[in-house]
Write a protein that binds this ligand. Sequence first.
Ligand code: ADP
Length: 242
Amino acid sequence: MVDGQTLERETVFTGRDLRKIYITGETEVHALRGVDLDICEGEVLVLLGPSGSGKSTLLNIIGGLDRATSGKLWYRSTDLTALADAELTRFRRANVGFIFQFYNLIPSLTARENVELVTQIARSPMPAEDALDLVGLRDRMDHFPAQLSGGEQQRVAVARAIAKRPGVLLCDEPTGALDSATGVRVLDALARANTELGTTLIVITHNAGIAAMADRVFHFLDGQIARVVVNDTRVSAEEISW
Ligand code: ADP
């Protein structure tokens, strides 16, 4: 348990003494210095902390994009640290949706086609139309990325991530490139995935206001979780002060 501060829910990720050392040339960077965590089913978790404190490193390890140098990480009863590369890729494909600061849409495909790229290879996806509807883009489905605003493009990226019904959505600065009005709509789309689909949501942000949307906030410092804050109530995206 992290300071005894978990929620009364099933645990989806359990991490113990996670450490990550990057070696470049002759220098070692200790990006994670012994992280213990329990992440609960259906929770909204915000990761806050200064640049370079290890948030993205942890997110990438949780999502199976990278591996810890040492320590243990489980997804439910699966020991992710023991999986071979191909199995880790299968875990990621089946269970994890990613949203990054930049939307990475394919410019020559419409919003619907960008989402369909994922639904065509997923096990039990929702129709692309339903995913786009959930993020409020039903009337923009046949637009190309260049015909959409930044916030709308990010909502297509959210639709693409949720269409395969992942157990967990990992978001690295999802509103970092957006103004507050469009950022709110993206956060609202993420919150809807959490409430309507039960998706566990983990969000890295520099915006402390966004922490009010979370069930819990992990404050990072120097590669460690320095503090865990539990919010008694969550505010909606519209209520956030930027
Ligand atoms: P944050 O997300 O909190 O900004 P990061 O996890 O990106 O922090 O980075 C933690 C530390 O690890 C930083 O010092 C960063 O420079 C370093 N780092 C991150 N990725 C790499 C990498 N691929 N190679 C070498 N160092 C890295």
